[in-house]
Design a protein around this ligand. Structure first.
Ligand SMILES: C[S@@+](CC[C@H](N)C(=O)[O-])C[C@H]1O[C@@H](n2cnc3c(N)ncnc32)[C@H](O)[C@@H]1O
Length: 347
């Protein structure tokens, strides 16, 4: 009889989400009412406008280089990029110098993006290290949470990694296997052994960041990440799943439901500092967007709006900013290599 397959948690989830034949992101448009979830760019164009303004200011801070590459990480249904381009066009000096790359793993979503975005300036990036000039700004909204994580447990001073076994009848069982030395070394580097409960480590996510770091070391630039996550140690599993805007049991409806985890921003901070990058303090999405000027922009636009359009604008804004919705849970981190400090949105 064929033995049950035993797969580490991150590889298992990666397969459920990104397998080219049956993975969640290979067959479904998850965004919006008819999908499973909505993201900030789907909620309001104001979010994307603020990112556009922030990017232009960063370019100015870099002394307006003639060649400036920006890479959107995991562009989803292309909503953010569409508004970026529209806003950039109001700044012709910037627009003529920028090249836009979209880094998207899902071929299915790439198709959606290609239908929505037909600018010559935009191209799709297969590998991060295909970038051959700079400076480069990598940025992603809800990119890191979508990259599967590893989980570990300590029992009697021994470290075990979580694996999943799938038998012939597709029954899933969680199995703990002694962690590999190489992995233990990585966990040690980030002081994760103080955790009492579940230890989470974004091995695949860090591998993606490593590639970006190398490019930035060569060509200068930075990495901006916006995501839901935490700064204080959680010690619990943060794996979560949604389907049709409702919570789903993590290993149910596999490849028909999204699976993500909360991002450990303390670990990201440590990681960037270890790379000798400049780092702004991690701030909430609400703080970041307000500092860039989202409220002023809303006020300006709403002057010419009907009552119902105004109500709609402000209700969407509340979802982005209010701590009961996305305002606090979502956080922003910016790490960069250039010498001149850039703090817009962070102070
Ligand atoms: C939660 S969605 C966010 C989409 C979009 N940024 C937004 O805010 O609406 C995650 C996106 O990241 C992409 N993605 C996840 N892992 C990736 C990887 N390793 N490389 C490139 N894209 C990836 C997914 O296919 C998807 O487009």
């Amino acid at each position: 009889m064929k033995e049950a397959q035993i797969i580490p948690l991150d590889k298992f989830v990666e397969n459920a989400l990104y397998n080219e034949n049956y993975g969640y992101y290979s067959k479904k448009n998850p965004f919006g009412k008819s999908g499973d979830y909505v993201t900030a760019p789907n909620i309001s164009f104001l979010f994307s406008e603020m990112i556009a303004i922030w990017i232009i200011s960063y370019w100015e801070n870099l002394q307006k280089p003639k060649k400036f590459n920006i890479v959107e990480l995991g562009p989803g249904n292309g909503d953010l990029c569409k508004v970026l381009i529209k806003t950039f066009k109001n700044f012709p000096d910037f627009y003529k110098n920028v090249k836009i790359f979209l880094y998207e793993r899902s071929k299915y979503l790439q198709k959606i993006q290609k239908n929505k975005i037909k600018e010559k300036k935009v191209s799709w990036l297969k590998n991060i290290n295909d970038i051959k000039s700079g400076p480069v700004l990598f940025f992603g909204n809800e990119f890191f949470d979508a990259i599967p994580i590893k989980q570990f447990k300590i029992d009697k001073n021994k470290i075990y990694e979580k694996y999943l076994s799938v038998n012939k009848k597709d029954k899933i069982k969680i199995i703990l296997k002694k962690a590999k030395k190489k992995t233990i070394f990585k966990l040690k580097k980030f002081g994760l052994f103080n955790n009492k409960g579940v230890i989470e480590y974004p091995d695949l996510g860090i591998k993606e960041l490593d590639k970006m770091i190398q490019v930035i070391r060569k060509f200068n630039g930075g990495i901006l990440l916006i995501d839901y996550g935490f700064l204080d140690k959680k010690n619990v599993s943060t794996l979560q799943s949604v389907k049709s805007h409702k919570k789903n049991e993590v290993f149910e409806n596999l490849s028909d439901a999204d699976i993500t985890s909360l991002v450990n921003f303390t670990l990201l901070k440590d990681y960037f500092l270890k790379q000798n990058f400049n780092l702004n303090q991690v701030v909430s999405q609400s703080f970041f967007l307000k500092r860039i000027g989202i409220l002023h922009r809303a006020e300006m636009l709403s002057k010419k709006m009907s009552f119902s359009a105004k109500a709609n604008l402000y209700s969407r804004l509340r979802r982005l900013l209010d701590s009961r919705y996305m305002g606090n849970l979502f956080k922003v981190i910016f790490a960069y290599k250039n010498k001149k400090k850039f703090r817009l949105g962070f102070n």
